[in-house]
Design a protein. Structure first.
Length: 669
């Protein structure tokens, strides 16, 4: 409904009161600190990046430990927690004083976690080594064995499947019988064959040459242990590491009790990091400092008075200007839609806030697109329960849920208007399980059924679209009147109202419209004349006044004539509202198909079970898909069609200097 009026505050204070001033402003959270250029002044800025990063690192370590401890917390009562914990000021101050003690505990947990990772890495290495040694487990001598006094030992592999007979054949090639060779297949699988060959010294070199010629390669690793013993050693090592892991897990569990304190300490360090970030932007000298920023106009006097009385600061209050950040203020209903506007972009200084008007159409169109009473009731009920259960949730989440609550109400309304309750579930259940005749309709639409008369709904969709677009043009007119630009109001708004309304009135009685809409309008003669008159008046005004900033009348008329061509854009925009029909029909048709599939087994025990399963799964999927579609296309109608008529984004949001709380909310005295 409105953009909050801002005041610029300039705060001058002595250095000893800097800490108190900053902490006061941060605790109240009402002032956005602006960065001030001090290059041409005797003031300088501190380099606080080191402290800021140090505090942020500590906060991140607390966050990491909290997430780790959650995995060990068996007492968690709720899986979903959308709000911060309310903490007394005394409890917060107590944790703040003992913060180093809790940071020490965090470091203990981090050390235990590190030991866990090290033990897990050690186990992984040992298991890999066991996997490497297992194919050699039949070998009863150390893997690094190469010779005895009278023999040489060849331990290695072939990249092929080799039988014992072939192995002897390979080793004996070119040697006279009998060949003093002993061979053994240790492992053969997946085209890999591990072998051990022993040959007397006199023929050892020839045997090795023979083996290599057939693809033999020496064992790539050496071990002074027999493979079985080496495997056993590593298995024992794994048992030791697993015991270490169990002990570390048990020790970590003992820190679960400190999660509430860790959360408070984490937010303290996060807030402190934010304070040092702002401190680094303040111009200051050896004795004084300067703060400049923005405060809501309604709070400026009170903040200035508090700073002067508490810290003896000197405060100057200036009027807002084009550099002021944007803060929106709307009623409870419209406030829920602020996130939609913020996603597109905030209005610039001095422009109109369209949230109130947009919110009405947003909820209206969302409901038309989903248009199922069952889905709407589920949406509204689910959002209401979550809002009731978590009253202190984050502002953005709260607004989103409130928006979907109202969208759920609208969806239920349009569902009853069109006779949709989980599609045609009421009728299908009545016909299948309660013996109601097929010809009898149980749930009748309060207005009409879109599937039976889609053209009627299409005409209404376009009518609603025209109203939406006219509202956008009206917002443009409001801005002209606000700025006392009466010529612009008449030339760019009233003229288009006349031109477009006249064209619509001329179209309605035609046969073309009657054949499409399946309804006939008969206007009195005077209304037909009036429609032509206002069309011509509007068109001439647009032609003569659209390019009014240009002094050349020829160019001015040419620009005006080109603007008349913009009526095709209006036609395109109006046709875009056919998506209301398309998405509404899609929801109903898919829901009806799901109901038909669910009742295929009829009124039997198995049929009832199948009906319940198909009904629940099918409608949940249909609701999710069409809810997403309704959200996307409702946003599109606001961003492209509605905002395209008047709105220019570009405002910077109001970001007050405040406590940065991820987990807690401090209950002030």
């Amino acid at each position: 409904m409105a953009i909050v009026e801002m005041r610029k505050l300039g705060v001058y204070g002595i250095k000893k009161n800097r800490k108190g001033t900053l902490e006061f402003l941060q605790s109240t959270g009402v002032m956005e600190i602006a960065s001030v250029d001090s290059s041409d002044s005797p003031f300088e800025k501190m380099d606080t990046s080191g402290e800021r990063l140090r505090f942020q690192k500590i906060a991140d370590e607390f966050d990491h430990v909290i997430e780790l401890l959650k995995k060990y917390d068996d007492s968690r009562g709720q899986l979903l927690n959308l709000e911060n914990t309310l903490v007394d000021k005394e409890e917060y101050d107590a944790i703040r004083k003992d913060r180093r003690k809790y940071y020490s505990k965090v470091n203990d947990v981090l050390a235990l976690e590190k030991s866990l990772y090290e033990s897990q890495a050690t186990i992984s290495r040992k298991e890999n080594k066991i996997a490497t040694l297992s194919p050699w487990s039949k070998l009863d001598i150390p893997l690094n064995s190469e010779k005895t006094g009278r023999t040489k030992i060849f331990i290695g592999s072939f990249n092929d499947t080799v039988t014992l007979e072939k192995l002897y054949e390979y080793a004996s090639e070119g040697l006279e019988e009998p060949v003093a060779v002993e061979a053994e297949i240790l492992y053969s699988e997946n085209q890999i064959t591990n072998v051990c060959v022993i040959a007397v010294n006199s023929i050892a070199d020839k045997v090795e040459e023979n083996l290599r010629s057939h693809g033999y390669s020496k064992l790539p690793f050496l071990s002074h242990r027999v493979p079985v013993k080496a495997i056993e050693k590593r298995q024992n090592d794994i048992v030791i590491e697993e015991k270490k892991i169990d002990e570390a897990n048990e020790q970590i569990k003992t820190y679960v009790q400190y999660i509430p304190q860790f959360r408070i300490a984490a937010d303290y360090y996060r807030t402190r990091s934010e304070k040092y970030k702002v401190l680094g932007t303040l111009p200051q000298s050896e004795k004084v400092f300067f703060i400049q920023g923005w405060v809501e106009a309604s709070k400026a006097e009170a903040i200035a008075k508090a700073l002067e009385e508490k810290f003896e600061d000197v405060v100057e209050i200036e009027q807002d200007d084009e550099a002021a950040p944007i803060l929106l203020k709307n009623n409870h209903f419209s406030e829920a839609s602020e996130g939609v506007l913020e996603s597109y972009g905030l209005p610039t200084f001095g422009r109109v806030d369209p949230t109130f008007v947009m919110s009405i159409f947003y909820v209206f169109f969302f409901g038309m697109m989903l248009s199922d009473a069952g889905y709407g009731i589920l949406m509204a009920l689910g959002c209401a329960i979550v809002l009731k259960k978590f009253p202190r949730m984050a502002s953005g989440t709260n607004k989103m849920l409130r928006l979907f609550f109202w969208c759920g109400i609208s969806t239920a309304f349009w569902g009853f208007m069109f006779g949709g309750f989980f599609g045609d579930a009421i009728d299908v259940i009545a016909h299948t399980f309660f013996g109601v005749p097929e010809t009898q309709q149980v749930l009748k639409p309060l207005w009409f059924a879109p599937l039976e008369n889609p053209m009627r709904l299409l005409i209404w969709c376009m009518l609603f679209g025209m109203i939406h677009l006219y509202a956008g043009l009206g917002m443009k007119g409001y801005e002209y009147l606000k700025n006392k630009d009466y010529v612009g109001f008449f030339s760019d708004v009233v003229a288009w109202y006349l031109f477009l309304t006249g064209l619509v009135l001329m179209l309605l009685p035609t046969q073309i419209f009657a054949s499409i809409a399946q309804m006939q309008f008969v206007f009195p003669y005077w209304l037909g004349v009036l429609s032509k008159v206002i069309t011509i008046v509007g068109m001439l005004t647009i032609i003569l006044m659209s390019g009014r900033s240009n002094k050349n009348w020829g160019l001015r008329v040419a620009l005006g004539a080109y603007d008349i061509y913009g009526v095709t854009g209006w036609l395109s925009d109006v046709l875009s509202y056919s998506r209301l029909l398309a998405l509404g029909l899609a929801t109903g048709v898919i829901a009806s198909v799901i109901n038909s599939m669910a009742t295929m087994q009829g009124n039997t025990p198995a049929g009832i079970v199948i009906f319940i399963l198909v009904f629940i799964v099918g409608h949940l999927l249909n609701m999710a898909i069409n809810l997403l579609g309704a959200y996307v296309h409702t946003n599109r109608l606001q961003y492209v069609e509605f905002f395209g008529k008047f709105y220019d984004a570009g405002g910077e949001p109001f970001r007050p200097f405040k406590r940065v709380n991820k987990y807690i909310e401090i209950k002030e005295d």
